[in-house]
Each structure stands twice: as structure tokens, then as C-alpha cells.
Ligand binder design. Structure first.
Ligand code: FAD
Length: 408
């Protein structure tokens, strides 16, 4: 094998080799060719087209940045990224709308957390308006709550359209159906990868944007990612009576988890989605309970962090599992926000799976995580709001890759 992918000096197919054609990998390609025209970028994507995993299976929300710890990468990139995403969509004619959203408290114990979000939003420079029950009905007549906040800068867009446009506008060579199975890195001699089809592609610097597989790809290079991707599926229903919801309605999130809770989202197509919940997936691309990959599942179970999560959060997890298998339990949870919804209003819709990085001790990595190895940049945690923030994230990854190129 080593001879097959051996790197030869002067035989590079490209300067930067990006693994992963989701929104982060494509945004990185776009940023590099903008910042340093003439740099040869190749993107290898295992699927037949772009954005087939997290990027194409999410809520489609341009997040304002209201939730994230001030100073974190998430806060900085989401605030900047949301404004840039709206501009990008407008410039390239991609469907989008700045709708604003409500975050609604339905229980008294949620009120302090709602007030904390107001503070956090202000610290992140996001104007929020506090609402009482009567004002909630002005925005959303069918929604019930004790109090809410309105965030005006939230929107929705077509992230698949954005990914396609990033691929085109980057001018990078994009190879679809190219699953990377081996990596050979020689200090000072670049990186060569072998695809499942037997092709060898050589680059000077490697960028790993493999999403649900990013830790595996990091290990292929010989770098220890020190985290494991634990896949959490998010299941959705479509609302058969979309007229019940005008815009975007979110619960107050539980700060113990990096997930925002089941929300109601009117997308750019006018349909309303309800979800996503968060249940353990039995495969990294496990979009239903029937998809089980024993090798991947064994890898998740062998990671001590997975058991630590199970011990710490079993009560929350049990509730999520119950709501996953019982439509009645899911309906009961949705009715807290939208009392008029009936069982017949819920139509199953495609699920997504989040690539959540988990430390050995069970800590769910909260912020974006980018690590460098020799001639390699690894994106090891790019969960929500990474689609919103993809333009600034891509610039940061691209800057690191170009710095590496410059130092070779
Ligand atoms: C249910 C859900 C809801 C979400 N809602 C939102 C939201 O409303 N707003 C928001 O901003 N964010 C949201 N997110 C987060 C957002 O979707 C992700 O942060 C973002 O899409 C990550 O992009 P990515 O390019 O890192 O990953 P991906 O889109 O998963 O792309 C990774 C790519 O790498 C490829 N790949 C993997 N291994 C290999 C290999 N060995 N060789 C070649 N290719 C490989 C995969 O096929 C894939 O296409 C949500 C995510 C989920 C799952």
C-alpha cells in the first residue's frame, strides 16, 4: 500500500487537497481561490454530488448568534456569517429570507434561562425584543407561551444551493464519487490519498472537512484527533397544516446540551418542519433506526466518552428515545408550544445526523474545533451553526492552509 500512494516530489495534482464536499469543505475551497488566485484546489467528495449529509439534511436556518458564549468561535462566526450568508444568497440568486424568530418559554422554570439569552444576545451585539403572551400571539397566533424573545436577524435559506454555488464559484476541481480510504503523508513531501476506486491524488497540504467521518480521516493521516465523532440523529416531521405557523418558533434550550430543542421552522419552500430531536444514531450516516453499521457502532461504544454521556444524561436520553419511537410522546412535547396541533398533522420527514465531537471524558465539544498536524488542517467539530457560519469558517481554514503552503 505504501508504494501505491507514495508521494513523489514535483508530482502534485494540486496545492490544497480538501476531503469533503459539504458546505465547510466547499467554503474552504472558495476562500482559498479568492484569497490566493492561482492556488490549485481539489475537493474529493465520496457522494455523487455536494451536500448529501449534514449540509443537505438540516433545518435551513441562518442563525443570528444569540445562543453562543461571547468570544467563542461560534458567536463570532455566526454573527458575521449570518450577515455574509444573506449577502451571498442575494448576490448569487439563492432562495433565502430574513424572517426573524421567536424563542418561547412555556414553563416558569425556563424564564431565568430566557432572560439569560436576552443578556447573551446583547453581549453578542444582537438586538432582541422581549415579549409577553399577548405579543407572542401578534407574531404567532397559534403559539402559546409565558414569555418570549424576538430575534430579528434570523433567517432561512437553501444551504444546498449555497454549497453548489460555492463549488462552482471556487473554480476548484471537484471530484465526486471519490471516497478517501488511505492517506500517506511524508514530512516535506506532501500528502497522497488513495480513493476507494483506486485513484491516487497528491497535494501539498491536506484539509479534512469530512464531517461525520472527520476523526477517522484524521487518524488516516496519522494524527490523533483526541475526540470521537458520536453521531446524534435529528428526526423531523412535516406539518400537514403549515398555516398553523408563520415563521420560526424555538423552545428555550437546555444549556447542558449543544442542541437547540425541537423547533417549528417555516422553510424557504413554505413548508413547516418540526424537529430535530437528538437520539444516538447506530451508524454515522444512520438516518433511521434500521441503519446499523456494526463497525461504526463498536467504535462509538469503545470510546469512554460515549459511556460517560450515557451515565450523565440518561434521563434526558430516555425522554428523547421515547419521543423518537412514540408519535404520541412527540406530539405531547410539540403541543407545549403549539396546542392546536393534532396527530394527523405530523408527517414523517427525512432525518439528519449531527457530527458531534466528544472528548474521552464525555464532554460534548461545544465550540468549533480546528486542529493542525504536519501539512494538514483538520476540522474536528463543525456542528450547528456551521452552515450559517461557513463563509468565515472557510476563510479561517483557508488561511491556515495557505500559511502552511507558504512555509513549505
Ligand atoms: C439535523 C441538523 C440540523 C441542523 N440545523 C442547522 C441550521 O438550521 N443552521 C445551521 O447553520 N446549521 C445547522 N446544522 C449544522 C450544519 O448542517 C453543519 O454544521 C454543516 O452542514 C457542516 O458542514 P460540513 O461540510 O462540515 O459537513 P457535511 O455537510 O456532513 O459534509 C462532509 C462531507 O464529507 C464527505 N466525506 C466524509 N468522509 C469522506 C471521505 N473519506 N472521502 C470523501 N468524502 C468524505 C461526506 O460525504 C460529506 O459530504 C444542522 C445539522 C443537523 C444534522
Amino acid at each position: 500500500m505504501a508504494e501505491v500512494v507514495q508521494v513523489r516530489t514535483g508530482a502534485y495534482d494540486c496545492d490544497v487537497l480538501v476531503i469533503g464536499g459539504g458546505i465547510v469543505g466547499l467554503s474552504t475551497a472558495y476562500a482559498i481561490t479568492r484569497a490566493a488566485p492561482g492556488t490549485r484546489v481539489t475537493v474529493l467528495e465520496k457522494e455523487p454530488g455536494p451536500a448529501r449529509h449534514q449540509t443537505g439534511r438540516n433545518s435551513g436556518v441562518i442563525h443570528s448568534g444569540v445562543y453562543y458564549r461571547p468570544g467563542s468561535l461560534k458567536a463570532r462566526y455566526a454573527v458575521r456569517g449570518a450577515a455574509e450568508m444573506v449577502k451571498f444568497c442575494a448576490e448569487y440568486g439563492i432562495a433565502h429570507a430574513v424572517t426573524g424568530k421567536l424563542i418561547v418559554a412555556t414553563e416558569r422554570e425556563e424564564l431565568p434561562r430566557l432572560h439569560a439569552l436576552v443578556q447573551r444576545g446583547r453581549e453578542n451585539g444582537i438586538p432582541v425584543r422581549e415579549l409577553g403572551p399577548a405579543q407572542i400571539s401578534e407574531y404567532e397566533p397559534e403559539v402559546q407561551g409565558l414569555a418570549a424573545i424576538h430575534v430579528a436577524t434570523t433567517g432561512v435559506c437553501d444551504f444546498v444551493g449555497v454549497a453548489r454555488e460555492l463549488a462552482r464559484a471556487s473554480g476548484a476541481e471537484i471530484r465526486y464519487g471519490a471516497r478517501v480510504v488511505r492517506v500517506d503523508r511524508r514530512p516535506g513531501l506532501g500528502v497522497a490519498v488513495l480513493t476507494a476506486a483506486g485513484d491516487v491524488v497528491r497535494g501539498r497540504v491536506l484539509v479534512n472537512c469530512a464531517g461525520l467521518h472527520c476523526d477517522e480521516v484524521a487518524r488516516l493521516t496519522g494524527d490523533d484527533p483526541e475526540v470521537r465523532i458520536v453521531p446524534f440523529r435529528g428526526e423531523y416531521y412535516e406539518l400537514a397544516r403549515p398555516e398553523l405557523v408563520r415563521g420560526l418558533v424555538y423552545p428555550v434550550p437546555d444549556p447542558a446540551f449543544p442542541f437547540l430543542g425541537v423547533h417549528l421552522t417555516r422553510g424557504i419552500d413554505g413548508g413547516v418542519h418540526i424537529g430535530p430531536n437528538a437520539v444516538p444514531a447506530l451508524a454515522r450516516e444512520g438516518y433511521g433506526w434500521g441503519v446499523v453499521r456494526p463497525r461504526e457502532l463498536a467504535g462509538t461504544l469503545a470510546w469512554p466518552g460515549s459511556w460517560a454521556i450515557a451515565r450523565r444524561h440518561w434521563r434526558y436520553g430516555a425522554g428523547e428515545l421515547h419521543r423518537s419511537v412514540s408519535r404520541a410522546a412527540f406530539l405531547k412535547a410539540v403541543r407545549r408550544l403549539l396546542p392546536g396541533v393534532a396527530a394527523t398533522d405530523l408527517v414523517r420527514a427525512p432525518a439528519g445526523v449531527r457530527a458531534q465531537a466528544v472528548l474521552r471524558d464525555g464532554t460534548l465539544v461545544d465550540d468549533f474545533l480546528i486542529r493542525e498536524g504536519a501539512q494538514a488542517v483538520h476540522v474536528l467539530n463543525a456542528p450547528s451553526p456551521a452552515a450559517t457560519a461557513s463563509l468565515p469558517i472557510g476563510r479561517e481554514i483557508g488561511r491556515r492552509a495557505l500559511d502552511m503552503l507558504g512555509s513549505l
